[in-house]
Design a protein around this ligand. Structure first.
Ligand code: ADP
Ligand code: MG
Length: 601
């Protein structure tokens, strides 16, 4: 094999693979450059979601004739000169590869003028090839136009999402980014229509107040080499997507597990397990305390002292959260939150049962022989626990001829369990798990047959999501339609639900939509629904709908309902476990029960 050094154009295109992923990443790099150039007025135009055109105008310092050409060279930057600089980066850019990368996959036009020069310079580059340089009349600043993103790499162009989706990504990013740069005026036009117009503000907090709604509390911390400020929304506004919370570090929008964890811990027990709060924090730390050179798109940072940062953030958030505990805020949690918002679902989710060890089997029965000895002391509860623990190995019960319809129903206990008996065996059924399995099977079956029964809502239901959540739901609209949902966007982050699967109760819809938003984001990350991903998503959504459609523990079941559930289970596949894999029924042989009481001797 012969080795050769790649030519610059090829190298740039390869680099573009890391830096330029989609229109939003082009916008991000170009706007970073404008901010670094000291601009305080930046306007962005995109057409067809940025697929056909991305244009940025700024009133920054501009470039001289020679620099305007040099800027397109790989590793050409005015921002650092030595490795020492790399240890304390004060600008947003420093890698000197954005312009060269973007120019290699678009048709680009740059116009730039400094205060010192009378005329501007115009540079035209197509697919990384310099086509023309001339002078032009223009005000001080820079205008960059990038057309036909990925025109020369069709495979990558194919991966771009619908214009609407790409547009939403640009918008979402800009709103987050604008929080970090309140002193800059930002405008965004999508296909000629104004989509964002943020005037200059004195602080990030002031800008955040334009964006976040509801009950809000400010976060403040000021130390010798780090500052934290932020705005957090009431825990009842929490979402299932991590993107609901915006993290800004030294002027960048970052995704950082550690910071997010600190934020969640600051919220303490006010959040449920999967929830993420809504709000933002802005961290400004001395540049030598972080390394921003860990990700080509600079969306991750590394802290020199992660533990210190973690505690600072956690405490700053924690003390802000206590303000929500004041009586007035506490009341608002249950009363004046709008219909469809998170607050309404506070009670409906908490009854998910803890998972038993995954065993996936059938009916449980105990095989312990030495139980009698400690029964008297431990009490029945402990014995049953033991029985469950030892159950998995022995779980392969004679299921072939087992039928739920053969059971005689005795009664309901502890709000959730149905006691039945048959042929000298006592069966305890988890009615929620049973119902869930039954519903799940129905939903999957009707989904496959494209026969899901949908129910029109009298009034459309509005569900408050994040912008990304909304966008993911809409990306998967066809899938949702097949499940019986008719949805549309209402504003930036609200989803209007016009119809839903008939099997569900309306009150559970907001909760479910939030879950679906999170599923769509987690499991369809690149937005590509391959058959395997689709299968997983369908399964997941079916399970969630089944869960929300099922009888909640606590409800009293009529005898007739129990019998119809039992016969439904007989008609169901996999009727031994709910979709989460929890068992539906546990069996206790009469002889075993006798042993608990020492009657077998
Ligand atoms: P980096 O931002 O990492 O330095 P880029 O490829 O993004 O690398 O830009 C290269 C150089 O071009 C920058 O260092 C800067 O000097 C110049 N430049 C780019 N955009 C602008 C702009 N909008 N205004 C002024 N100078 C710019
Ligand atoms: Mg740059």
């Amino acid at each position: 094999m012969k080795i050769s050094v790649l030519d610059d154009r090829l190298v740039n295109r390869i680099a573009a693979g890391e830096v330029v992923e989609r229109p939003a990443s082009v916008v991000r790099e170009l706007v970073d450059n404008s901010v670094d150039a000291g601009a305080d007025d930046i306007t962005i135009w995109i057409e067809a979601g940025g697929r056909s055109l991305i244009k940025i105008n700024d009133n920054g310092c501009g470039m001289e004739h020679d620099d305007a050409i040099l800027a397109f060279e790989r590793h050409a930057t005015s921002k650092i000169t030595s490795t020492d600089d790399l240890d304390a980066i004060r600008t947003l850019g420093f890698r000197g590869e954005a312009l060269s990368s973007i120019a290699s996959v678009t048709r680009m036009n740059l116009q730039s003028r400094t205060t010192e020069s009378e005329a501007g310079t115009e540079v035209i580059i197509e697919g990384g090839l310099l086509k023309n340089v001339k002078s032009c009349a223009m005000p001080v600043g820079t205008t960059i136009t990038a057309r036909r993103l990925f025109f020369n790499t069709p495979a990558r162009r194919k991966f771009l999402k619908q214009p609407r989706t790409e547009e939403r990504r640009v918008k979402t990013w800009l709103k987050q980014y604008a929080l970090a740069h309140p002193e800059v005026r930002f405008r965004l036009f999508c296909d000629g229509k104004e989509a964002v117009n943020f005037g200059r503000r004195d602080s990030s907090l002031a800008r955040a107040r334009d964006q976040f709604r509801g009950s809000l509390v400010e976060v403040h911390y000021s130390g010798s080499n780090s500052d934290i400020s932020g705005l957090i929304a009431h825990p009842s506004m929490a979402q299932y997507e991590s993107a609901a919370f915006v993290l800004l570090v030294n002027g960048r929008v970052v995704s950082d597990r550690l910071l997010l964890k600190a934020v969640r811990e600051g919220f303490d027990s006010t959040l449920k397990e999967r929830e993420y709060p809504v709000g933002f924090i802005r961290l400004d730390v001395a540049p030598d305390l972080i390394d921003v050179n860990v990700h080509p798109q600079k969306s991750e940072v590394r802290f020199k002292e992660p533990g210190v940062v973690f505690n600072l953030v956690k405490e700053a958030i924690g003390s802000a959260v206590t303000e929500f505990r004041a009586p007035v805020a506490g009341v608002s949690r249950f009363s004046h939150t709008p219909r469809g918002s998170a607050a309404l679902q506070l009670n409906s989710q908490s009854d998910t049962l803890p998972l038993l060890p995954q065993s996936g089997p059938v009916l449980f029965k105990s095989s312990r022989n030495d139980m009698a000895a400690d029964t008297a002391v431990a009490g029945v509860g402990a014995v049953v626990e033991d029985a469950l623990e030892s159950a998995p190995e022995t779980a392969a019960v004679e299921t072939s001829d087992f039928r739920y319809t053969d059971l005689r129903y005795i009664g309901q206990a502890l709000d959730c369990y149905l006691f039945c008996e048959c042929d000298g065996v006592l069966y305890v059924l988890d009615m929620h798990a049973a119902h869930e399995r039954y519903n799940y099977n129905i939903i999957r079956e009707r989904y496959e047959q494209r026969a899901v029964q949908s129910q029109q809502l009298l009034m459309p239901l509005s569900v408050e999501l994040t912008e990304t959540g909304l966008s993911s739901c809409l990306d998967n609209e066809i899938l949702l339609n097949r499940f019986g949902f008719e949805v549309e966007a209402f504003g930036e982050s609200t989803l209007l639900v016009r119809s839903m699967p008939a099997i569900m109760a309306e009150k559970n819809v907001p909760e479910l939509m939030k879950e679906i938003a999170a599923i769509a984001i987690d499991e369809v990350p690149g937005g590509e629904l391959t058959a395997a991903v689709l299968e997983k998503v369908v399964d997941h959504i079916s399970a969630r709908i089944a869960c929300h459609a099922s009888i909640r523990s606590g409800k009293k079941m009529e005898k007739a309902e129990v019998y119809s559930l039992l016969s439904a289970l007989d008609g169901s596949e996999f009727s031994s476990a709910c979709p989460h894999g929890r068992p539906i029924a546990v069996a206790f042989k009469g002889s075993e029960i006798e042993r608990w009481f020492g009657r077998d001797k």
